[in-house]
Design a protein around this ligand. Structure first.
Ligand code: PGA
Length: 247
């Protein structure tokens, strides 16, 4: 029996507009009660409106990044307090697109995770190997990234997302046995760093070309506690199909 409630997170990246709030509302209203926790991470400028459009529903509004400082001269950035004030409750951190485009290293991701947790946001720390590899190699790469990205002291709830970079937006995915091997290794890292109880409570999501078709097999894979969904989270029908598979 798992102690972890499933978590399905939609990452809109730099897509969507105010017109997409209709889809968000459909997702919020269509997600089954007693199903998984469901979060949508729109571009930050839409977060507050998405929150207002889905008030009264259990949908979690998320963000895609945060600054590590609580305030200051950081042109263009958002603090965790600002995001929380806009209704955000969860934040994706260390996504491979940010690690690549902005050279975000593990230590920076760890600082951001601490800042997020201090403001009451649930960090979703992303890790994953860049080039296609077998389960053992992928597990070693993802584990090393997690070790570098986990704050030394964090006792707030968090989640981890395993996203093989080569699987993002490519239509390709690792085998279920490889995903299982990586997730088990990530769970070991969590246990070493946070202790067995916190590790047992921490959901480990899979992300990378998740679709309504691939979701059932992924969700059946042991150690997979949920999904981080990019492209298939834009349309309510697709995202809801994935959410229902997780219910
Ligand atoms: P994808 O993106 O589902 O479109 O592959 C996943 C992600 O980058 O989080």
């Amino acid at each position: 029996m798992t102690r972890r409630r499933r978590l399905i997170v939609g990452n809109w990246k730099m897509h969507g507009s105010s017109a997409s709030l209709v889809e968000a509302r459909q997702i919020a209203e269509g997600a089954p009660l007693n199903g998984p926790r469901v979060a949508l991470c729109p571009p930050a400028v839409l977060a507050h409106r998405l929150r207002e459009a889905t008030l009264g529903t259990p949908l979690i509004v998320g963000a895609q990044d945060v600054h590590w400082a609580s305030r200051g001269a950081h042109t263009g950035d958002h603090s965790a307090d600002l995001l929380a004030d806009a209704g955000v409750r969860l934040v994706i951190l260390g996504h491979s697109e940010r690690r690549q485009a902005y050279a975000e290293a593990g230590a920076l991701v760890a600082r951001k995770a601490l800042a997020a947790a201090a403001a009451g946001l649930e960090p979703v720390i992303c890790v994953g190997e860049s080039a296609e590899a077998d389960g053992r190699e992928a597990a070693a790469a993802a584990a090393a990234q997690l070790e570098a990205s986990l704050p030394v002291e964090i006792d707030a709830p968090l989640a981890v997302a395993y996203e093989p970079v080569w699987a993002i937006g490519s239509g390709r995915r690792p085998s279920p046995s490889a995903v299982r091997e990586v997730h088990a290794r990530l769970r070991d890292v969590l246990a070493e760093r946070l202790g067995p109880d916190a590790a047992g409570r921490t959901p480990i999501l899979y992300g990378g070309s998740v679709t309504p078709r691939s979701a059932p097999d992924l969700l059946r894979t042991p150690e997979v506690d949920g999904l981080l969904v990019g492209g298939a989270s834009h349309r309510a029908a697709d995202f809801l199909a994935i959410v229902r598979h997780a219910a």
